[in-house]
Structure formats: C-alpha cells, structure tokens
Design a protein around this ligand. Structure first.
Ligand SMILES: C[S@@+](CC[C@H](N)C(=O)[O-])C[C@H]1O[C@@H](n2cnc3c(N)ncnc32)[C@H](O)[C@@H]1O
Length: 478
C-alpha cells in the first residue's frame, strides 16, 4: 500500500470518528433538553399528531437533530461502497412510486384500526381489489424505509411515518368516492400525492427540457419541464383550474394547507413584531390562499385587520373556510376576502404590512419583481413588506457573498449547509424549476430582488432547522 493510500485511510477513519462524536454529543443535548422540559421524543410506532412533535420543536432539539441527520448521512456515504450508493440513489424513484401506491390504495386508512398486530396483505389488497403479491413487495420496500412495519411475513402495520399519509377518511367514504380523499384532510397525504404524481412525471422531463434550445434557457413560467410533461401552454396555477383537473386542484389546495405542518405551529407569529403594529393596522396577505396564515395572525393579534387576496377561485374556497371556522371575522369587517391578480395594480393603499408567504418562490425573477413593484406602488412610507420563504445556503463556505444574518452553519467535517438535514430547500428549489421556471433564493439574491422591486431589506430572521418556510425577510420602501 502506498503512503498516500494509508494517509487517506487514516483521514477517513478520523472523519468517521469525528462524525460519530457529533452524533453522540447531539444525542446528549437532546436528552438534556427534553428532560429539562419534561418532554420525550415520540416512539416510531405512535401515530403522528402535530402536538406529539413538541419535543422535536424545542430549538435545542431541532438543532441537535439537524447535526445528527447531517452527520449520519455523511457517515453512511463514507462506509457504503460508492457504486451501491449511486445505484440506490438512482433507484429512489421507486420509493416515491411506492408512496403513491400506498396512498392510492388507501393502505394507511385500512391499517388505521388494525393496531400493532397489523393486517395480512391479502386483507389490505382485498378492499380495493389490488394484486396482493405485488402490493406486498411495494409495502416491503416502504417498510425497509421505515414507512409501515412488516410485523410478520406479509403482515403490515401502521407506524408513525405511515400514519402521516392517513387522510382521516373512512374506508366506506373512500370506496364510495375516492375523490373526496383530499377535502378536509390534514394535507400531508395530498402533498405526498401531488409530488409523487405530477411532481415525479414532470421531473422526468427535466433533462430534455434543459437540452431543448428554446425551453432550456427560458425564464418564462410557461416554458418549464411541466409544459413538456403535460403538453400545455398554461402556467401551473391556470392549468389546475382547467376543466378535468378538479380533483388535482382540490388536492393541490389541501397540499398547500398540509405544508403548514412542516413548520413549527404558529411559525408565522415569530420574527416580526406583529404585536407592535398600531390598533386597526391593515395586513394584506397577497397570494394568501384561503388565509390559513392570516387566520393564525388574526387569532393571536385581534387588534389587526386583514385583507386576504388570491385568484377568484381560491377566494371562493376562502369564503367557505372562514365561514366554517370564524364566520364573525368577515361579517364584523375584521377580515376581507378579495379576488385580486397580484400582477395588476394593488387596490389597498393603506397597508401597514404586505405579507407574501411562499409566493415569490413560485416566480422567475422578472415576474417576482413585477409583484414587488405593484406592492411598492401602493405602499406608504410606513408600509413594511414581510416575505416568508426558505433561504438557500451554498454547500461550501460562504465567503464574499455579502451579509448573512444568522443561518445555522455546520461545523467541519459536516457540509457547511448541514447537508441532508437541509435538503428540503434544494428539493423545493428543483420543484420550482420543473413546474414554473422559478426558484428558492439565497439571502443575497433576495436583497438584490427587493432592490429591483423598490424595497430595502432591513431584517432577516432565520427559523429553526427542519422547518419549511420559517424564514422572514422584512423590507421597507426604498
Ligand atoms: C404556494 S401558494 C401560497 C399560499 C399562501 N400564501 C400560504 O402561505 O399558504 C401560492 C398562492 O399564490 C396564488 N397565486 C398564483 N398566481 C396568482 C396571481 N396572479 N394573483 C394572485 N394570487 C396568485 C395561488 O393561487 C396560491 O394560493
């Protein structure tokens, strides 16, 4: 063996030890932090509920957990033979497909009442007339990825991860009309179904799209991989509203709702001084969907008034949503639901805050700037713009990229951006690219974009690790 090889081997062992040390220390931190609060991590067998995630929501636990995930994935790449890592990475799409099968065949709903003993796959397959031998192989792949548990040969039980896919609907209602699955469900099964259905199909067109001389360099939201996959000229939002896509639209709406559970409860409340706004101040939630975020703000800050704006079909759902949950809010004039295209002139001229949550990432730069300018035109000198999004970090040291204000960076030998522990932002960035030619952005990119839109960034608040859309960028008129 050459000296060089010996040195490299020693370095790899040293890296493995450093990674295992990070894991060990982080487990100690989790133990101390949870004990101090009298909380414990839920077992992998207990069904998921947002409340049962309380221990993981503690900032110390979230940070230690991120270091563990980052170190464990890096460690596994060091010990597994490279060709196997590459082969398994390339085959990950089978896991996505298997998740979609489980949802379409309603396995989580069937297993909900079976308890820890589970059900034989023949019983599971019988309810919706699926081939049980094929289903067993599909569920085994998932169980190998810790979704469902194979408690005995061909017998599968629900576990915590698989319970996340449960729509909460009864088998009877799903047998009668499977399309009702998405309506009023907690939303995570809708997100997973949307990603593993439309998302996966669209994604497979990305290489051809990139190499197409017309589409490859396009920054139009009408010339992305989505348009090749579904042979349409409409943008994703228009397409979802076209006849024939009713079920997809319902699923997408619930999916956006479900994305809430990937942030700590009430994440919208932190990082901006809502309480400090004067009595009667108007918060305009542009592209606000049905107004879930505005509702969380409304409940905590009753001294504020809200305008929720979105496309007219979405506002129709919003009317129903508010009527069902807080009917008085609209009738008392505290909340206004307004059909509005954010590319057109902004009708509200006395806003204290314009809120854009998970909107800018849907649009390429030039379109995002148009949205920002429309708000700037309608802003007073006191108006604040609050953007709630994810923020991209580079996978290397960030030297010379301008002010960065508090993103969690990992210690060596971990990847500086926390590697796999931060992967959600890179996945959603791809999702934006394939669907809309849009993107997630770095902090410097946001600063540049705001300036083009007539705004100046005055504060950036980074949310907890593992939280989706928990960062806030606060700007004032330039
Ligand atoms: C990713 S969703 C975010 C919804 C909401 N802000 C939230 O955080 O849950 C983007 C929203 O932008 C809306 N939207 C898309 N194009 C729009 C337009 N031209 N004018 C107004 N809203 C639009 C969509 O209908 C959708 O509700």
């Amino acid at each position: 063996m050459s000296e060089g090889t010996i040195t490299t081997g020693t370095e790899t062992i040293a890296e493995l030890r450093a990674l295992s040390e990070i894991i060990k220390n982080s487990i100690d931190r989790i133990e101390r932090a949870t004990a101090a609060k009298g909380l414990s991590l839920p077992s992998p067998q207990t069904p998921f509920t947002p409340e049962s995630e309380a221990a993981r929501s503690l900032p110390e636990v979230a940070e230690a957990g991120a270091l563990i995930v980052s170190a464990a994935t890096q460690l596994s790449t060091l010990v597994r033979p490279g060709p196997m890592t590459m082969f398994e990475m390339a085959m990950q799409f089978h896991v996505c497909t298997a998740l979609r099968v489980a949802i379409e065949v309603h396995v989580p709903e069937i297993l909900r009442d079976a308890g820890p003993k589970g059900l034989h796959v023949r019983e599971i397959a019988r309810q919706f007339n699926v081939d049980s031998r094929k289903l067993a192989r599909i569920l085994r792949l998932l169980a190998t990825n810790h979704v469902f548990e194979e408690v005995d040969i061909d017998v599968f039980a629900q576990n915590r991860l698989s319970s996340i896919l449960d729509s909460g609907k009864t088998i009877q209602s799903l047998l009668k009309n499977p399309d009702t699955k998405w309506l009023g469900s907690p939303g995570l099964c809708s997100i997973v179904a949307h990603i593993t259905d439309e998302g996966m199909k669209i994604s497979s067109y990305l290489p051809e799209t990139l190499l197409d001389p017309e589409y490859g360099h396009s920054v139009s939201p009408n010339k992305a991989a989505f348009h090749k996959a579904y042979n349409t000229k409409s943008d994703l939002f228009q397409w979802l509203e076209e006849p024939g896509n009713e079920s997809r639209l319902a699923r997408f709406g619930t999916a956006m709702e479900g994305s809430k559970s990937m942030s700590p409860p009430n994440a919208i409340l932190g990082g901006f001084d809502w309480a400090g706004l004067k009595n009667g101040s108007k918060v305009v939630d542009c592209g606000g969907g049905v107004g879930t975020q505005a509702m969380a703000l409304f409940r905590s800050y009753p001294h504020l008034r809200f305008v929720i704006q979105d496309r007219p079909p979405v506002i129709e759902h919003a009317v129903q949503y508010w009527n069902d949950l807080i009917p008085d809010a609209v009738t008392a004039g505290k909340v206004e639901l307004q059909g509005h295209d954010f590319f057109g002139p902004q009708p509200v001229k006395d806003a204290s805050v314009f809120l854009l949550r998970v909107v800018i990432h849907d649009w390429p730069d030039d379109f995002a700037v148009k949205i920002l300018r429309r708000l700037r035109e309608a802003a007073t000198s006191e108006t604040k713009l609050v953007i709630v999004e994810q923020i991209v970090s580079y996978a290397c040291e960030e030297v010379g990229v301008g002010a960065h204000s508090g993103a969690l960076r990992a210690p060596a030998p971990l990847l500086p951006n926390l590697g796999q522990a931060a992967s959600a932002v890179y996945y959603t960035d791809m999702q934006m690219m394939i669907c809309l030619n849009a993107q997630e952005r770095t902090e410097s990119h946001f600063r540049e974009l705001m300036e083009r839109g007539g705004w100046k960034v005055v504060a950036v608040h980074y949310g907890a690790p593992f939280a989706l859309n928990a960062h806030k960028i606060v700007s004032v008129p330039l």
